[in-house]
Design a protein around this ligand. Structure first.
Ligand SMILES: [Zn+2]
Length: 158
């Protein structure tokens, strides 16, 4: 179909004004993961945008991870790791399908636990300090996602 949207991107870019580190300031972790400076903005809707993108992928591709993904902004990088984290979560929770993750809600403690497992088991090749700090920030993002997943009615079906 003409004009059909393949994937929903983050369109979120931020650079720490103190050290130049690129990350996404989110409500639970607004400060720079590298130097600790406070951010000038906070992206309140970043997690909502991410879940809309996930929902879009499930509808279009029946998959949380889309068949192709271009990382254009730093936000897209969070999205990409988030897709893999949620795919991992569906497996760990033993859900029948991807949609159930968005429709049925997930217990918060279980979700937070799986996020930590995902970071430990799937992202463990990360060795340099820069990546470790970034990854810690992505973990904070994934934990915000968990808070949203508790109440699935807040997630729009587009
Ligand atoms: Zn900084």
């Amino acid at each position: 179909m003409l004009g059909e949207i393949m994937t929903l991107h983050a369109y979120t870019e931020y650079k720490c004004k103190n050290c130049g580190f690129r990350y996404v300031p989110i409500p639970s972790a607004p400060q720079c993961p590298y130097c600790g400076s406070p951010s000038e903005v906070v992206f309140d809707e970043f997690v909502d945008k991410f879940l809309s993108s996930v929902s879009h992928n499930i509808i279009m591709y029946r998959s949380i991870v889309p068949p192709a993904w271009a990382t254009i902004t730093i936000g897209d990088y969070y999205f990409l790791i988030g897709f893999f984290a949620l795919e991992y979560m569906v497996k760990k929770l033993g859900l029948r399908n991807n949609k159930a993750l968005l429709m049925e809600g997930v217990d918060l403690d279980k979700c937070l636990d799986i996020v930590e497992q995902f970071i430990r088991e799937k992202m463990n090749r990360v060795v340099i300090e820069w990546d470790r700090l970034f990854l810690k920030h992505v973990e904070a993002f994934l934990k915000e996602v968990c808070h949203k997943l508790q109440s699935p009615e807040t997630i729009s079906d587009q």
